[in-house]
Design a protein around this ligand. Structure first.
Ligand SMILES: CC(=O)N[C@H]1[C@@H](OP(=O)(O)OP(=O)(O)OC[C@H]2O[C@@H](n3ccc(=O)[nH]c3=O)[C@H](O)[C@@H]2O)O[C@H](CO)[C@@H](O)[C@@H]1O
Length: 389
């Protein structure tokens, strides 16, 4: 059975509801299907926060990030969803599960009188899109990656609109109705307020931030720990976000070094950073553009269809980032790249001209009103259907 509401959230739509009641209309009911990692859940929350004129409920999976972030905001319903990575009997099992979850989502949409679905792709999108379309409901799918995922490529043509984070994605979706909206970021990126940092460092000290996506990147962590002593010598300070799965995360200690498994205020941290070493998930790249940050990008080598290299290429091809494949990157090379970008010769730090240009190019890739654009696309799709009825 569909495991239903796991919480009783605060009602964030009260003001909109009051005016809807006064006007004798009811709020549009929208189901948001967004599940998994930060790259899928954060953009969906950013859009939901804009849709105060809709009554939002959420569809996710019982053991992913949404169970930590969503229940305090919206009612969360969960289904079992999984990707088709395996073969043979396992793929038959996944197919049966998919059929079951389509039926469950259909029931939810029908009983909950939802008027449309918004999804950020991934496994959860398959039952959400298929169930909604079988009921004739509009579906808006947001794809943040430059190389759209399999679910997006396969189901995109069935959606009312596929909103894309990078213009390059349109080439892979010839039969879908695409619109480029950029990828929404959390509201912390929309304000300019100074925030506390996880490390107390001198005002002019160069800060290197290392981040491996929402789950960390053990391969990048290892490389960085090997390079760090040379960077400390050059007066570089480091904030290293390792994720929860690195057994050696505590092995390096230094006054110029702060290591954390995860940090919430990414906007504040990135704003202070002089250079970022990162995987190339679409969420982090969008934030690098929003904060105009130069970066060294090391795509996750095992990402589906190597899509992180496609993301990174959007940045490296315009000079906003340097792209290295993990297999080709030695500690010596990475040490030298950082030193040359931050301008370190162990006695003086002069950020290189190249670093400034990279920052400017990164800023040019930002879509600052992405959440609002996407909210408009959703309102439009839902309204169009209401008018047709
Ligand atoms: C391994 C893999 O397949 N990853 C995919 C996953 O990325 P994943 O979600 O891991 O990575 P993203 O870069 O897209 O997003 C990470 C998010 O987590 C936040 N964050 C991270 C660390 C931290 O300490 N604090 C924090 O808030 C980042 O600021 C960002 O908002 O979904 C993305 C969107 O489809 C894809 O582009 C990625 O390729």
């Amino acid at each position: 059975m569909l495991e239903t509401t796991v919480n009783d959230p605060p009602d964030s739509t009260l003001p909109a509801k009051a005016s809807a009641v006064a006007a004798g209309t009811s709020l549009t009911r929208l189901l948001i299907a967004a599940s998994g990692t930060g790259g899928h859940v954060f953009p969906a929350i950013a859009v939901a926060e804009r849709l105060t004129d809709c009554q939002v409920e959420w569809l996710g999976v019982s053991n992913r990030l949404e169970t930590q972030l969503v229940p305090e905001r919206y009612p969360l319903h969960t289904v079992a969803a999984e990707g088709f990575q395996k073969r043979g009997l396992d793929s038959l099992r996944v197919a049966l599960k998919l059929i079951g979850s389509i039926w469950q989502v259909r029931q939810l949409l029908h009983k909950g009188r939802f008027q449309g679905v918004f999804t950020t792709g991934g496994y959860i999108a398959a039952p959400a899109v298929l169930a909604a379309r079988s009921l004739g409901l509009p579906v808006i799918l947001h794809e943040s990656n430059a190389l759209p995922g399999k679910v997006t490529r396969f189901l995109g043509p069935w959606c009312s609109t596929v909103a894309i984070g990078f213009a390059a994605a349109a080439a892979y979706l010839p039969r879908a109705k695409t619109v480029c909206t950029g990828t929404p970021v959390r509201s912390q990126f929309q304000t300019q307020k100074d925030s506390a940092l996880p490390i107390a460092l001198p005002e002019t000290a160069p800060l290197l931030v290392v981040v491996g996506g929402s789950q960390g990147a053990v391969g990048v962590n290892r490389l960085v720990r090997q390079c760090a002593p040379a960077w400390f010598e050059a007066d570089i300070w480091i904030v290293h976000l390792t994720g929860e799965n690195d057994p050696d995360s505590k092995s390096l200690q230094h006054p110029q070094y702060e290591v954390l498994p995860f940090y919430d205020d990414m906007a504040g941290l990135l704003r202070r950073a002089d250079l970022v070493i990162s995987r190339s998930g679409a969420g982090t790249l969008t934030e690098l553009a929003m904060t105009h940050k130069p970066s060294i990008l090391i795509p996750y080598p095992f990402a589906a269809e190597d899509h992180q290299t496609y993301n990174a290429t959007v940045f490296s091809s315009v000079g906003a980032a340097k792209l290295f494949q993990q297999a080709d990157l030695t500690p010596e090379r990475l040490t030298a790249e950082v030193m040359s970008l931050l301008g370190g010769d162990s006695t003086h730090m002069h950020p290189s001209k190249g670093l400034k240009q990279m920052a400017e190019q990164a800023g040019k890739l930002a879509v600052t009103d992405s959440a609002e654009q996407l909210a408009q696309v959703i309102r439009q799709a839902l309204k169009v259907r209401a008018e047709r009825k």
